[in-house]
Design a protein around this ligand. Structure first.
Ligand SMILES: Nc1ncnc2c1ncn2[C@@H]1O[C@H](COP(=O)(O)OP(=O)(O)OP(=O)(O)O)[C@@H](O)[C@H]1O
Length: 240
């Protein structure tokens, strides 16, 4: 579905991505791992049209989408859930969903789509009139994911979904991502919690110094001693 071909780019003239390549199939989860500053979040910005791309190509279903704007990427079926808390804290859950749908290409369908995402996340229906700030961290992340789903994405880019969440809530968010995968969505996530993320992923992408170092099945990376040694502090099972 998504193909990133030898992308170089950065902020202004400063190069951060120095040759990133990967292929993201439909109905799959890929986790991007790598040391701090490796360019993981920058890769997402490159895909979503928020970065100055110096060279290389980004293809979506075979179509060249390099240097498209975020609005165009949304129209192509790509959504981006940035790092941190992105809900409007003082607004209700329902109002947050309405706001999230503002950029949806088909506004007539918005109400029906909100109903559909509330069917998918019954918690949101239960708390529809509650202020977003009153939800737990995991529930707020689910609200963000639900908001992204209003745009009917085929590819969702999600940056550090587990940050600040307790282990139970992390599992809840991961389950949501697995459900999306089972419904045909491609998920590309950056996650510090690399071992847990790879365990629910189909593929892993290892970035270092803005370059693709490894791109393989998640199960292969999980048992690769290099991954454990370099990026996970030796915590991956089987690593020496
Ligand atoms: N808006 C920006 N302007 C200039 N430089 C930036 C900007 N955002 C990030 N950078 C730089 O780009 C490099 C890569 O940052 P990026 O956030 O992509 O790394 P990362 O792999 O996601 O790191 P982390 O795991 O710490 O989140 C860093 O050196 C960072 O300082």
């Amino acid at each position: 579905m998504l193909e990133v071909r030898d992308v170089h780019g950065g902020y202004g003239k400063m190069a951060i991505l120095n040759g990133v390549s990967c292929t993201i199939p439909k109905a799959s989860i890929t986790t991007v791992i790598g040391p701090n500053g490796a360019g993981k979040s920058t890769l997402f910005k490159a895909i979503f049209g928020l970065l100055n791309i110096h060279s290389g190509q980004i293809l979506l279903d075979g179509q060249d989408v390099t240097r498209q704007t975020p609005r165009q990427m949304i129209a192509h079926g790509v959504t981006y859930v940035p790092q941190g808390r992105n809900v409007v804290p003082q607004l209700s859950v329902y109002h947050n969903l309405e706001l999230g749908g503002i950029t949806a290409p088909d506004q007539k369908q918005l109400k029906a789509r909100i109903e559909a995402v509330m069917d998918r996340f019954p918690m949101l229906r239960e708390f529809r009139d509650r202020k977003a700030i009153e939800l737990s961290g995991g529930q707020q992340k689910q609200l963000e994911v639900a908001r992204a789903l209003l745009l009917d994405p085929k590819l969702i880019l999600i940056d550090e979904p587990s940050i600040g969440l307790s282990p139970n809530l992390v599992q809840e968010v991961f389950r949501t991502l697995m459900q999306l995968r089972d419904n045909g969505v491609a998920v590309l996530m950056v996650e510090q919690n690399a071992k847990a993320a790879l365990a629910i992923s189909d593929y892993g992408l290892v970035l270092e110094l803005g370059q693709t170092r490894m791109h393989d099945k998640a199960s292969t990376l999980l048992t690769d001693p290099r991954v454990g040694r370099i990026f996970l502090g030796g915590h991956v099972e089987g690593a020496t």
